[in-house]
Design a protein around this ligand. Structure first.
Ligand code: HEM
Length: 315
C-alpha cells in the first residue's frame, strides 16, 4: 500500500462511488438495497481443528445476515445484472463479533485501492448521455487485464432467481489459527443448500423490481434456509494478497459450519442504530492477510457509515 493515505483515499472512493450511482442520503454508498435476516450458526468438528475462534467450537451462536444488490441505488431493480452480496455477523459467546462480507463474484475487479479509485472514476456515466464512457473503461481494462475475469463473471451470471440459491465468496485470504497455534490460510465461501441458475434478463425483469426481496421473505416465512460455510484451503504459492487471482478449482473445501436463516430481521437500523459489516473485524483464531483491498475496505465502509449515519466508527 506504500504511502497511501487511506483516510483520504476513502473520501475520494466514496465520492467516486457517489458520482457513479448518485448520492442517496442515509443509504450505503454501495449495496444500498438489501434485506436483513436472523440466523444461527453451528460449526462442524473440522472447524475447531482449524481455528480456536469462539464461534467455531461447535456450540450454536446467533448470526445476522444481509443480502444485497451491488448497486449504490436503493431503488435498483432486482433484475439488474450485477454482483450480489451476503454479509454475515457471528456473535461469539464472549460478546465479541466477527464478520464475513462476501460477493457472488469468483474474484474481484482490482488488486489495489488506487486501482479501485481509477476504475470507479472510469465508470462514471457521461453527463451528456447518462451512459458509461466506453473509451475510458476500455483504457482502464487495457492497462488492467486482471479486472477482466470479474467483469466477465458479473456480466455473464445474469440475475439470480433467489439470494438463497447463490454461492458467495469472501475473496480475501485469512489465516485460521487453532488451539495448538497452527495456522492455515483459507478463503471463505458460503454455499447454498439449493443452488440455482441465473435467470434470463426478460424473465428476471418480468418478476418485478423487488422480486429478490419478496422471494427471500416468502421462502423464509415458509421454512428456514441454509448455507454451508466453507474454508477453501490454500496450497503452494496460492496468492494471499490478491483478490483478482483465483485459486485452482481443485483446492480442498472444508465444511466449517451450517448457517441457518430463520426469518427476516427488523430489529436493527432503526432509532439511530448503526449496523455495519466489516471483513477486517476478526477475532482470536482468525487473522487478516496483507491484501491491500481488504484493509482499504474498512476505511471505505467507515466513510460510508459516517455519511449515512453521522457516526464515526471506532472498534
Ligand atoms: C476497495 C474495494 C471496495 C470498496 C471501496 C467497497 C465499498 C463498499 C461500501 C462503501 C459499502 C457500504 C458500507 C456501509 O455503508 O456499511 C460496501 C458494502 C459491501 N461490500 Fe464492498 N467494497 C469493496 C470491496 C468489496 C469486496 C472485495 C467484497 C466482497 C468480497 C465486498 C462486498 C460488500 C458487501 C457484501 C457489502 C454490503 C454489506 C452490507 O450488507 O451492509 N466489497 N462496500
Amino acid at each position: 500500500m506504500g504511502d497511501l493515505d487511506l483516510g483520504r483515499w476513502a473520501t475520494e472512493a466514496i465520492d467516486a462511488i457517489g458520482d457513479l450511482y448518485g448520492r442517496h442520503g442515509g443509504e450505503r454508498a454501495t449495496h444500498a438495497k438489501g434485506t436483513l435476516c436472523a440466523a444461527t450458526f453451528t460449526a462442524t468438528s473440522a472447524a475447531a481443528e482449524l481455528s480456536r475462534a469462539g464461534h467455531l467450537q461447535g456450540a450454536p451462536v446467533d448470526a445476522r445476515v444481509r443480502f444485497s444488490n451491488g448497486s449504490g441505488q436503493p431503488a435498483s431493480p432486482d433484475s439488474e445484472v450485477d454482483g450480489r452480496g451476503m454479509a454475515v455477523t457471528f456473535d461469539l459467546p464472549d460478546g465479541t463479533a466477527t464478520d464475513i462480507v462476501a460477493l457472488t463474484l469468483p474474484v474481484f475487479f482490482v488488486r489495489t485501492p488506487e486501482d479501485f479509485l481509477a476504475f470507479t472514476r472510469a465508470r462514471k456515466p457521461d453527463p451528456q448521455t447518462g451512459r458509461p464512457d466506453f473509451a475510458k473503461v476500455g483504457q482502464f481494462l487495457e492497462a488492467h487485464p486482471e479486472a477482466l475475469p470479474a467483469i466477465q463473471a458479473a456480466l455473464g451470471a445474469g440475475a439470480p432467481a433467489s439470494y438463497l440459491e447463490c454461492t458467495y465468496n469472501g475473496l480475501h485470504a485469512f489465516r485460521l489459527v487453532n488451539a495448538a497455534g497452527e495456522g492455515t490460510w483459507v478463503r471463505w465461501a458460503l454455499e447454498p443448500d439449493t443452488p440455482g441458475d441465473g435467470l434470463e434478463p426478460d424473465e428476471a425483469a418480468g418478476r418485478g423490481p423487488d422480486y429478490l426481496q419478496t422471494d427471500l421473505a416468502d421462502r423464509l416465512a415458509a421454512a428456514p434456509a441454509g448455507f454451508t460455510l466453507v474454508a477453501v484451503i490454500a496450497r503452494d504459492a496460492d496468492p494471499l494478497d490478491d483478490p483478482t487471482a483465483a485459486w485452482p478449482p481443485e483446492r480442498e473445501r472444508v465444511a466449517i459450519g451450517r448457517l441457518e436463516l430463520t426469518g427476516l430481521a427488523f430489529d436493527r437500523e432503526r432509532d439511530g442504530d448503526v449496523l455495519v459489516f466489516d471483513p477486517t473485524r476478526v477475532v482470536d483464531g482468525i487473522e487478516c492477510s496483507d491484501d491491500p483491498i481488504l484493509h482499504a475496505r474498512s476505511w471505505a465502509y467507515s466513510e460510508s457509515v459516517l455519511r449515512r449515519t453521522g457516526v464515526q466508527r471506532g472498534f
